[in-house]
Write a protein that binds this ligand. Structure first.
Ligand SMILES: Nc1ncnc2c1ncn2[C@@H]1O[C@H](COP(=O)(O)OP(=O)(O)OP(=O)(O)O)[C@@H](O)[C@H]1O
Length: 308
């Protein structure tokens, strides 16, 4: 790995008796796009707040750009771009003013902020909305403005907490495209998400996090290769029949999972698995063969679905 810009060792955060982050280790390299993938409550936002030096750790070590987060908050924040889960924009201000006002919090020179804000309007594809009030923008535009705002100080590292939650598919794709551009410019991206497609799209490497612990680490493709089969056969046997039918699947594929509405059969060749199911006289109502995804990895590791 090239020089790490963020290093965590046995990083722990407790809230009273609750351990939200339970002794995790990770390193994030310069220019990398790194993800924390896990369900609600896994400890992703808590980890992000510690990286942003807005929440102190209870135990372990955490450095950002070589600086201890518990001791160098302001210096660290000056070099970070932060995109929190909610947009936290000033809804009554105009788009351009949201950028310039935020820039002044960093104590940056007025002329620099003015020029940077104009550049960022183009980056966020909001030129036409320059003087519009924020409360009239769509969800996707607000999110792009929040990202632009986070870039006002030209940060080396961008922290994005659930960047596309609540956006429609088209708005998500526009946002991913903007984030790709940042990555191409060499910005290190740190992303939390509970969407497997987002993790697959955005992350070079990710950790799967569950109940405050890291349960797996790797690139999306290596995690899928390691923890799943090439394909998955999804079969529905009709209400109440899934568990009964699954009891007769032994020997078909590598393994199977019974979900409330369907049975997943893990096999490198889904069509062959389907043929075997039919030959056993199990007669599914519907069937679908798809490639394995990070959702399958999560299910395998935790026995639960990412979005419950
Ligand atoms: N300020 C706080 N005080 C007490 N408990 C907290 C606080 N912040 C988070 N928690 C708890 O810590 C655990 C981890 O929460 P966290 O928000 O980090 O999870 P998450 O993976 O980011 O999920 P989400 O996507 O829902 O934000 C949860 O059980 C949560 O209730």
């Amino acid at each position: 790995m090239t020089e790490p810009v963020i290093t965590a060792r046995a990083l722990t955060k407790r809230y009273g008796t609750l351990t939200a982050v339970d002794g995790i280790d990770f390193e994030i390299a310069r220019g990398e796009s790194f993800g924390f993938l896990g369900p609600n409550g896994a400890g992703k936002s808590t980890t992000m707040r510690m990286i942003a030096a807005t929440s102190t750790r209870t135990d372990g070590e955490l450095t950002v750009l070589g600086l201890d987060t518990n001791r160098h908050g302001p210096e660290i924040r000056a070099q970070l771009g932060i995109v929190p889960q909610g947009d936290l924009l000033d809804e009554e201000l105009r788009v351009i003013d949201n950028l310039t006002v935020y820039g002044r919090y960093f104590g940056l020179p007025r002329s620099y902020v003015k020029q940077r804000a104009e550049e960022l309007l183009d980056f966020a594809q909001l030129r036409e909305k320059r003087t519009a009030r924020v409360d009239g923008l769509s969800g996707g535009m607000k999110r792009r403005l929040t990202i632009a705002r986070g870039l006002i100080n030209n940060p080396q590292i961008m922290l994005l907490d659930e960047p596309t939650t609540g956006l429609d598919p088209q708005a998500r794709h526009i946002l991913w495209d903007r984030l790709f551009r940042l990555k191409e410019e060499g910005v290190t991206l740190v992303v939390t998400t509970h969407f497997m497609d987002e993790a697959e799209q955005l992350c070079d490497r990710l950790v799967v996090i569950d109940k405050g612990r890291i349960v797996a680490e790797g690139s999306p493709s290596s995690l899928i290769r390691h923890y799943s089969t090439r394909e998955v056969l999804e079969v529905r046997f009709g209400s109440g029949r899934n568990a009964d039918a699954a009891a007769h699947l032994a020997g078909i594929g590598d393994r199977h999972e019974v979900l409330p509405d369907r049975v997943l059969v893990y096999a490198d060749n889904g069509e062959h698995a389907l043929q075997a199911v039919v030959e056993r006289g199990l007669d599914p109502v519907t069937s679908l063969v798809r490639r394995s995804s990070l959702e399958d990895v999560f299910l395998r590791l935790t026995g639960r679905s990412l979005i419950e």
